[in-house]
Design a protein around this ligand. Sequence first.
Ligand code: SAM
Length: 246
Amino acid sequence: MRIDVVSIFPEYLAPLELSLIGKARQDGLLDLHVHDLRSFTTDRHRTVDDTPYGGGAGMVMKPEPWAQALSSVAGGRPEGAGKPVLIVPSPAGERFTQALAYELAEQEHLAFACGRYEGIDERVIEWAGEHFTVRPVSLGDYVLNGGEVAVLAMVEAIGRLLPGVVGNPESLVEESHSDGLLEYPVYTKPSVWREREVPAVLLSGNHGKIAQWRRHEQFRRTAERRPDLLEAFDAGKLPRADRTAL
Ligand code: SAM
């Protein structure tokens, strides 16, 4: 997969050189490029913002540097290649979920446009539709200072789904949100720590009982912490054996 990120703070994306995503880049599984929006300006001050039409607080990102940067990202694609997907991080976008991460992990080319200030001139979003499939995406119902933190989270969530990035793909299957429920609690050695014992069933060696306990814990935890997920959960999709834990 190819990923292009455009930002006025390219250094903000440095963590994408670390850990599993950094290794995926080194291994050639992920071809990730970060671009400085200011290098697409033409004035001496490398200006990327201006005052908002209609008045109000804050500044708005100017359209032309974005058009130059995004044209450069979209250009040079092989003949017949489909449009890349442009993710525009925004608190006014659709919510980023594990399902969307899976969907985006299927794409060949993703681009991310990191807004700052009060956001990007809306005409850029309309114009970009000529070159990209544009998706404004929100990390959650709160406001960040810029899109970079959202991009770090999204690239990590998407990148770890690419084949070969996570060593044991089984670990992706059992995670929170993979089946609509939160994950069960996990424990490691020692079996007794500060007078707290690991649940006995996990030491029993009975794999059927362990699977049943884990499924039960998934429901208990989801009901306690995220009842909204439980309401949307379709138990009919569970394997028959797992339904006995309900
Ligand atoms: N005025 C904008 C609004 O109310 O919708 C908020 C602008 S915010 C201060 C600056 C930038 O941070 C946004 O353009 C976006 O790139 C990013 N951002 C802020 N909150 C975000 C969120 N919840 N999810 C994704 N990106 C976000």
